[in-house]
Each structure stands twice: as C-alpha cells, then as structure tokens.
Design a protein around this ligand. Structure first.
Ligand SMILES: Nc1ncnc2c1ncn2[C@@H]1O[C@H](COP(=O)(O)OP(=O)(O)OP(=O)(O)O)[C@@H](O)[C@H]1O
Ligand SMILES: [Mg+2]
Length: 312
C-alpha cells in the first residue's frame, strides 16, 4: 500500500490548549480523504502540521513516504493547498494571482502560462481574468483561491472547507472540480463540517473531535459502527403510554421518542420494519399522518460516538 500521508501520534499544543491529542491519520495515494469534525476539533491544525507550517510537540509526519519538514521543497512542489481563509493578493488581478502562486513552483514562463490558463478554465473564472479580488463575488473569490492552490498540478491537494459561504452554483462547481482533480490522479484531503459534502465526495472519512480521531472508514463502514440502522417517524396526534409500550415491543426497536406530534422509532437491524409498525397501528385502529423512514447519517455516527451533534 502506498501512502500519500502518514501522521503518527501527533501532539500539538497552543500554550495550555491541547489541539491535537495523539492524532493518527493515513491517506492512501489516489483517494479522496475526508476530515470531518465540528468547529475547533483540529482539522486546520492537522493540515498546517502536515504542511510544516506549524511546529508540533510530538509525533511524526511522512508525505509520499518521506519525512516532511519545513525544508522539504521537493515534497512541497507536489502539494497544493486551498486554505480555509482566502489567501490572495488584493492588488493583483485574477490572472496575476494565479501566475504568482504557480510561479513559486513552475519557473518556465511558457509552461506556466499554459498552467494558469488551465487553472482559470478549471474553476471557470477566465472571464474575470482582469478583475482584482475585491471586484469578485464570494463564490468567485473562493474559486480564485482554488485556482491559486492547484495551478502547479500538485499530486496531493488539501481543501480546507472550500465551500463555506459559497452559493449553490459555485459549491457544485467546486465539488465537481475536486472530483475531476481526483480522477486525473490527485490525492485529495477534504475538510468540512458539512457531512453531506463529505458523504458525496470522500472514499474514506475520519471523524475527529477535540484533537482525536473518533471514527474512521468508508461511509458505509462508519454507519455500520453504530446501533441505529433505520429511524421511522410517524405523525400521530394522540399517543398513549400504552401505544408507546407496544411499539417498543416491536422486534428490533431499541428506542421510541415522542416529538412534535410525531413518534420516532429507532431500529437496530431487521427488515420489513415499516410494515410491522404499520400493522401494529392498523390493528389498534390508530389514525396517523405521514410516515417516513431515514437511514443513519454521519451525524448519527458522530452523535452515537461522542454524544453530541456534528452539525452547528
Ligand atoms: N493560533 C492559535 N492559537 C491558539 N489556539 C488556536 C490557534 N489555532 C487554533 N487554535 C485552537 O485549536 C483548536 C483547533 O483549532 P482548528 O482551527 O485546528 O480547528 P478546526 O477543526 O479547523 O475548526 P473550524 O471548523 O472552525 O475551522 C481550537 O480550539 C482553536 O481555538
Ligand atoms: Mg479549520
């Protein structure tokens, strides 16, 4: 197995604050790896340590099998970073910004000109090439930020919450772009606290909390780690204790919660759960409104493992 990144037992403190607590993470070459965690869980700190932009207290980091240090220029050439906070030059226009960042790695002017055009094409910003950043909308600014990070054709690219405060059209453009970079061979590390994006994009997902890894796997594997397999909600106006008790006795039910004139029934395993539940209501002549079933989400995984919501 070839690893693009190996992080072992990383400890990072900001003064007294323990930001990374013996954190481990391995990213395979060619995968889209999702780093999912609530605000302040340590995602950006992890990236900055991997990039050697931050020093750390303990642990070691390898990139493409080599120890990563602040002087690893050969490795840095192969890495692209799209920072959480847009980092471009206000006084340079779109073209010159991309050209500047690409120029850190690609010295040949003619080759670079081609790369800059490709990067603009890639995020669909070529029409704005003469615009300075403050003339761009939030979504276009994010796209410029991405173009600056990827123009030199890196083999490993970090995207740190690239879709925050972005309109749906730019969001799609960004997500599709990341998939395309991956298809073309780049290994991607994607951080977010939007679990829907991470589910859609990532081959494997690491969920972190308070500087620790709390779960790792494909989205299917993560969902299999928890007890919940299905939640069925039924709108019922008048629920009696007796009804709740009989629902609790349905096979595979492990919890029943009454909320806003609805009953939420939590199942662990079993098939035909909805039919069994409907039959019970019919036998008792219970009038009910809408019925819907939901599969577990990554939020449920996080909730069950940490006891709190992943969502803001
Ligand atoms: N420069 C710093 N000095 C002191 N504390 C910091 C610094 N940078 C981050 N922290 C703290 O370290 C913890 C981890 O922060 P980090 O930015 O890595 O989290 P994150 O998962 O990227 O969060 P977000 O989703 O908000 O971007 C937080 O508690 C944060 O307040
Ligand atoms: Mg962050």
């Amino acid at each position: 197995m070839e690893y693009a990144i190996e992080v072992n037992n990383l400890v990072k403190r900001y003064k007294d604050m323990l930001a990374l607590d013996h954190f481990n993470m391995s990213v395979k070459e060619g995968e889209v790896f999702g780093l999912l965690g609530p605000n302040g869980s340590g995602k950006t700190t992890t990236i900055n340590c991997i990039l050697s932009l931050l020093s750390y207290d303990k642990g070691d980091i390898k990139v493409f099998g080599k120890k990563m240090t602040s002087g690893s220029y050969d490795l840095k050439r192969d890495i692209g970073v799209v920072m959480q906070n847009v980092a471009v030059f206000d006084e340079l226009n779109v073209y010159d910004n991309i050209d500047y960042f690409c120029g850190l790695y690609i010295k040949d002017k003619k080759l670079r000109a081609g790369y800059v055009e490709e990067a603009m094409e890639f995020v669909d910003i070529a029409d704005y090439r003469k615009f300075v950043p403050k003339k761009l909308s939030g979504g276009l600014l994010r796209r410029l930020n991405i173009a600056c990070g990827i123009a030199h054709k890196p083999k490993l690219i970090f995207f740190d919450e690239p879709t925050v405060a972005v309109d749906p059209q730019s969001r799609n453009n960004i997500l599709e772009g990341i998939k395309k970079l991956n298809r073309e061979g780049a290994t991607i590390v994607y951080t977010s606290h939007y679990m829907e994006e991470v589910e859609q994009l990532c081959d494997r997902i690491l969920i972190m909390d308070k500087g620790k890894s709390v779960a790792l796997g494909t989205k299917e594997e993560l969902k299999r780690m928890i007890k919940n397999t299905e939640t069925i909600t039924v709108e019922i106006a008048d629920v009696t204790e007796e009804l709740l008790t009989s629902i609790k006795a349905v096979p595979h039910v492990y919890d029943v919660v009454m909320r806003d004139e609805s009953v939420k029934v939590y199942f662990s395993g079993g098939s035909h759960n909805i039919i069994r539940l409907m039959e019970l209501l019919k036998d008792r002549d219970i009038t009910y409104g809408r019925v819907y079933t939901e599969l577990p989400t990554l939020n449920d995984v996080f909730l069950e493992i940490t006891g709190k919501e992943l969502r803001d």
